[in-house]
Design a protein around this ligand. Structure first.
Ligand code: AMP
Ligand code: ZN
Length: 449
């Protein structure tokens, strides 16, 4: 069955045609490792995980590359401000390398807890300085760059397709720009290489043909995607905030350098919003996975919550919605736990599932197929086999939820005391015991009777 994606490049839903038969190269922009990622970032990584798993489910051999931005991302998109990693290092009195290493590890832990398949390659910007300088040299030779007192810039007016991603009105953007242009020739121009300013001692800086400094944020993705996936590659994905600037700039650099497209399909996920605002570190309205866990949420119930909405629609976060997500996942686990043995996958339901997921990753519809299947007249063993098969895409760890755990006596006794507390409507005591049990690594699932 054909797979269709909404392509931001054409603003149309298109049938996916791989460059190489049954292979797919995917590049997704990874985190800037100066702080914990928040659950908004993680929404995007879950969507990209569904993208990868869908391709794999359809028999594609996927090569997934996600970069780690450990240098060059400045506090403002206008190439000004402090490097986020150096700033965090100063504030936390650690070295920039320690900061990057620590938050990279934290990020990797978060994605494992959400059952996100780690990318096959996670290249770091700091380990690809040579490649980035090489690419800037090509752009310089072809006349796309100019020098200012603080760095080497890309001249966007020389790249005729600038703005083609998402068909952005660049002329309007340039005219309406309130951006302090400084020495930039056009407001949309961006830094390829920033020079360390005299008097400043950066922890992360390198020699280059233009002087000591560090790469601009966008160049790492162009250099590393081409190195590991070639050019063009199949699919580039990220959050919608990257359409007007970051991805536009990646396209400009790579296509100006090599005169061929960077990627064939561009997929963008909508935001996680909270009180009608994008969840973001700068707004200070962000929630991390650790906070969810402290409140006794299973990370996979966040995954379930994310899957219950389409990736191209904004998703509103609230604690009630999160509780509904937790209940939804627990309900599904309970429904499946009644099925016991596994048998044959049902092809009729499998095609319904494929129809949903292959149609631009329609996860809410895919979840609805599971409910239809559970209500159908199929045998329990066939239901179970089919749902476990679907879970290769959904990644809700349904199989693991079935494994009978060996529960220690102590935990059993605590659970019994909690049940008594519940029956006598002593919610406070019941909740306390639930949390103590959770600390011991067990979770109580209440089933409806
Ligand atoms: P950043 O570290 O800001 O580059 O973000 C990492 C990824 O998370 C990018 O793909 C962003 O587009 C995405 N992202 C940032 N904020 C949100 C949000 N509130 N909801 C969904 N994705 C987001
Ligand atoms: Zn990128």
């Amino acid at each position: 069955m054909a797979i269709k994606f909404f392509n931001t490049l054409t603003l149309k839903k298109e049938i996916f045609k791989p460059i190489k038969n049954k292979r797919a190269g995917i590049y997704t922009c990874g985190p800037t490792v100066y702080n914990f990622v928040h659950i908004g970032n993680l929404r995007t990584y879950i969507f990209e995980d569904i993208l990868r798993r869908t391709l794999e489910y359809n028999g594609y051999k996927v090569k997934h590359v996600m970069n780690i931005t450990d240098v060059g991302h400045l506090s403002s998109d206008e190439d000004t401000g402090e490097d986020k990693i150096e700033k965090s290092a100063r504030e936390q009195k650690k070295s920039a390398w320690e900061i990057a290493g620590f938050y990279t590890k934290q990020f990797q832990k978060d994605i494992i807890e959400l059952n996100i398949e780690p990318a096959h390659l996670m290249p770091k910007a700091t380990e690809h300085i040579k490649e980035q300088i090489g690419l800037i040299k090509i752009l310089e030779k072809k006349g796309f760059t100019y020098k200012t007192k603080d760095g080497i810039y890309f001249n966007t007016s020389k790249f005729k397709d600038y703005g083609k991603l998402g068909k952005i009105d660049i002329k309007g953007l340039r005219e309406g720009a309130r951006i302090e242009k400084g020495e930039k020739k056009n407001p949309t121009d961006f830094a390829l290489w920033k020079l360390s300013s005299s008097g400043e001692k950066r922890q992360m800086e390198w020699d280059s043909p233009w002087g000591k400094g560090f790469p601009g944020w966008h160049i790492e993705c162009s250099a590393m995607s081409t190195k590991y996936l070639g050019q063009p590659f199949d699919i580039h994905a990220g959050g919608i905030d990257h359409i007007p600037v970051h991805h536009q700039n990646e396209i400009a650099q790579s296509e100006a350098a090599y005169d061929k497209p960077l990627a064939k399909y561009w997929l963008h996920g909508e935001f996680l919003v909270i009180d009608q605002k994008k969840m973001s570190k700068s707004e200070g309205n962000f929630i991390t996975l650790n906070i969810l866990k402290e409140k006794n949420f299973n990370p996979l119930s966040y995954r379930f919550f994310v899957l219950s909405s389409h990736y191209r629609k904004p998703l509103n976060f609230s604690w009630q919605a999160m509780e509904a997500g937790q209940r939804g996942l627990e309900h599904l686990y309970n429904q499946v736990s009644n099925l016991k043995k596994t048998g044959n996958i049902n092809s009729n339901f499998k095609s319904k599932f494929l129809e949903a997921i292959n149609n631009n990753l329609n996860t809410p519809k895919a979840l609805a197929v599971i409910q239809k299947l559970l209500k159908s007249k199929l045998s329990d063993s066939s239901k179970l086999a089919t749902i476990l098969d679907f879970d290769k895409v959904l990644g809700l760890k349904i199989k693991e939820s079935l494994a009978p755990a060996k529960i220690p006596e102590k935990v059993k006794k605590m659970a019994h005391r909690r049940e008594l507390a519940r029956q006598s409507r002593n919610w406070q005591q019941a909740d306390k015991l639930r949390q103590q049990i959770k600390k011991l690594g067990y979770e109580i699932k209440d089933t409806k009777v």
